[in-house]
Design a protein around this ligand. Sequence first.
Ligand SMILES: CC(C)(COP(=O)(O)OP(=O)(O)OC[C@H]1O[C@@H](n2cnc3c(N)ncnc32)[C@H](O)[C@@H]1OP(=O)(O)O)[C@@H](O)C(=O)NCCC(=O)NCCS
Length: 198
Amino acid sequence: MTAPDEAAGESRPADAPSTNGSPAVGRERRASDGPPPVIRPAAPEDLAAIMAIERASFPTDAWSEPMMADELSGAHGHYLVAERGGEVIGYGGLRALAGASDGDIQTIALAAAARGAGLGRSLLRALIAEADARRVREVFLEVRADNDAARTLYASEGFEEIGTRPHYYQPDDVDAIVMKIDVPRWRRRDTVGSGASA
Ligand SMILES: CC(C)(COP(=O)(O)OP(=O)(O)OC[C@H]1O[C@@H](n2cnc3c(N)ncnc32)[C@H](O)[C@@H]1OP(=O)(O)O)[C@@H](O)C(=O)NCCC(=O)NCCS
């Protein structure tokens, strides 16, 4: 995923790949326990819970707490958390400068127990919808080449692979796949049958 400051060399690792990138054949959808999750804007008080998920999800190169705090409070960012029963179980962030026609999905991660139940897609869609509300037309992201779960999610939502950044993720020496989505096209696809148009 995109680093807050690429010059700082931060990068996103992957969770354990479980398929070869094809659309989750044979993967069982996990039933979610407890009350339904709620997605809401992140608040500064969420930092500790977000960092716990960040460190568990990205053991080799988690963002530092000050970096994450900057992201949460940044003027150009839009961070969301997923919460269940008052507990933060995931987060995701968009960066889009005011008036810009493009933006970036900065990060998205769920607590391990919350994965595989559709919440990642919900967070991703909420971030793209925010980009759309900001009149962003293209959203980019970077994903580890070996992160099949994330790549499959992004592709199924309409992101297209547009390039590779060799050896981008260090120290693991894994390439980054750069992906892009056309936001108005995504909106049209998302609203098929509802009569809405771009
Ligand atoms: C990547 C991540 C956010 C996906 O969230 P999730 O809630 O587990 O995913 P969802 O249940 O919403 O699944 C959405 C789609 O993703 C794909 N997917 C999810 N898990 C997958 C897996 N283990 N293998 C293959 N495809 C998978 C499928 O296309 C799925 O659609 P489907 O259920 O209709 O088949 C989550 O797995 C995670 O937090 N991983 C660790 C952190 C990380 O790698 N973040 C991404 C950095 S770029």
